[in-house]
Design a protein around this ligand. Sequence first.
Ligand code: CP
Ligand code: NVA
Length: 306
Amino acid sequence: MKSKHLVNIADLPREDVEEILRTAHKMKADHKKGKKDLCLAGKTLGMIFEKPSLRTRVSFEVGMSQLGGQTIYLSKDDIKIGKRESPIDVARVISRYLDGLMMRTFSHEIIVIFAEHATVPIINGLSDYVHPCQALGDLFTIQEQKGDLSAIKAAFVGDGNNVARSLAFACAKLGVSLALSSPKGHELDEQTMKIAEDITEREGCVRLVGDPQAAVRGADVVYTDVWASMGQEDEAKKREQVFRRYRVDAKLMSKAKKDAIFMHCLPAHRGEEVTDEVLDSPQSVVLDQAENRMHVQKAILKLLMS
Ligand code: CP
Ligand code: NVA
């Protein structure tokens, strides 16, 4: 892998994305066979969490332990980046102890600053801008379920936020067709769409489609995320009204292909962006998605840290 960090999929060469996915498939298969891989023995990954997490924290901790390494969990009150000490100083000091650092922050800028000043790999575990580990895990899950990505038609219905943005960058990188449908004012911004266009070899593969039914028609994959993300709790009530038409229910799923899969990064707000009926249906692959986060992150850790 050429890249030193994983901050944003838009910055990775296509070969790095392909290498992560290839490595992850091999590592998952080996893991299921009971084969041990202790490539990170004696290494330590720091994990800074300014926001809560179930999947990211547990999958990184278990992943590191399976690779023979260990983790240190640091909550926002432990370091107080920017309040107790400048981000640059924290990045330089922490590099003297750790072999890698995963960061979940509000500000994406902080992760970019860390990547500039740390001397160890920085991995973005979600910022307000993107969630690259999620998008890589999602492409892995689509490959596992459907095979060849180039034939896939994916649809994202809901908030044009971090999860949608990194999915758009990942799909653009690999030329996967993705139609995104969001309420007016909540679409991915123009600059994001421009970046997606600039990084793709398949023009127009990532596009905005206003009507959710039109976006989902004939899709192999239907994806959604919460309507109010972490940090937007105050807007939740207002967003419920605005997003109502964008709920993924059985009727919307019926517009997709018969064998379409339903995806969600989780946590889900049941009855809001997705109904129980869809989330718990045989089409739903959300638990595979959650598990695959770990296999893909193990590949990222191995490629960046070993
Ligand atoms: N999907 C995801 O990142 O979940 P957590 O917020 O629980 O880590
Ligand atoms: N968009 C959601 C994703 C959670 C994994 C959030 O940022 O809260």
